[in-house]
Design a protein around this ligand. Sequence first.
Ligand code: FAD
Length: 304
Amino acid sequence: MAFNSVVLVKQVPDTKNITGQAMLDDGTVNRAALPAIFNPEDLNALEAALALRQLCGGSVSVMTMGPPSACEVLRECLYRGADRVILITDRRAAASDTLSTSYILSCAVRQIPDVQLVFCGRQAIDGDTAQVGPQLAEKLNLPQVTYVEELIEASDSSLTLRRNLGDGYEIVKASPPLLMTIVDTANTPRPPAARKMLRYKRARGKTELQKEATEQYGKDAKEDIDRYVQQRSDQLSAKGLLIEQWDLDTVKADVTRCGRSGSPTKVHRIQSVVLTGTDHKRIEPTAQAIGELVHELIEDHTVG
Ligand SMILES: Cc1cc2nc3c(=O)[nH]c(=O)nc-3n(C[C@H](O)[C@H](O)[C@H](O)COP(=O)(O)OP(=O)(O)OC[C@H]3O[C@@H](n4cnc5c(N)ncnc54)[C@H](O)[C@@H]3O)c2cc1C
């Protein structure tokens, strides 16, 4: 059986390479201080979908919700072999929490007919909640298999999958339509293919074209900007190089459930915790000394 898959990928700040203050005072991420990368486990999700396509046929569509710069991760997907890529971008979606993010993504997935499999990474390295995959499955009314680390077998009617449980594993059989979240031990993502890179490095989304035009003509030259965007879009579209761009209206989302106002989670305070190793305490390896240490840690709420 051939499977039509949708892979959800996210562009994230590289939290391993912090070059300045990572968080702003309003509790949002200071993206200017952090280089943007492909969320690592989403590369594993993409690889799982591409490998399944190789085995059984079908198609791999990729979606990301983010700012126009997220086209970068979509180009990466094209270099690796995705059939179709879609950017969901809309100012009204800014500051969405996981509930709102998964709602918008569920509306977007519904726009693609005949989807049998949805692949997500287990977790994004910025928000770190691992909630979006499971919430999306619920909203799409799909069964979900989380922590997938191996596709053991694919038959006409079911997939046999191994789930990583941390201290063990579980083998499950599930029938599409189905959502999976993929862990980083699942596979080694294929490198970008040189020929596809040469072809798709010129792929652009409409907002990227608008930015190009604004740089060229200045922000007040509306007519020139519109003309440039129209011409370039037509040229790119004819060559299959226009990255599809959807907004909240395209995905038919209820705007009251999107963005900051549609998000029940509010960040009230961000605190930088800097651990300094200025002091130390020697604990004797006796039951009594360890008991006292544990008691002390419970008293100051470090554990318990
Ligand atoms: C420091 C920080 C703390 C946050 N804390 C919270 C919080 O406590 N509660 C809350 O509700 N929100 C929180 N958020 C907001 C949250 O990051 C966003 O809603 C985000 O879009 C999704 O959550 P996540 O990054 O935790 O993704 P996860 O749930 O960890 O992502 C799992 C998978 O879902 C898919 N996915 C996630 N986001 C997207 C996307 N935009 N486009 C396509 N696929 C996607 C990917 O496949 C990803 O691997 C926080 C954000 C930051 C930066």
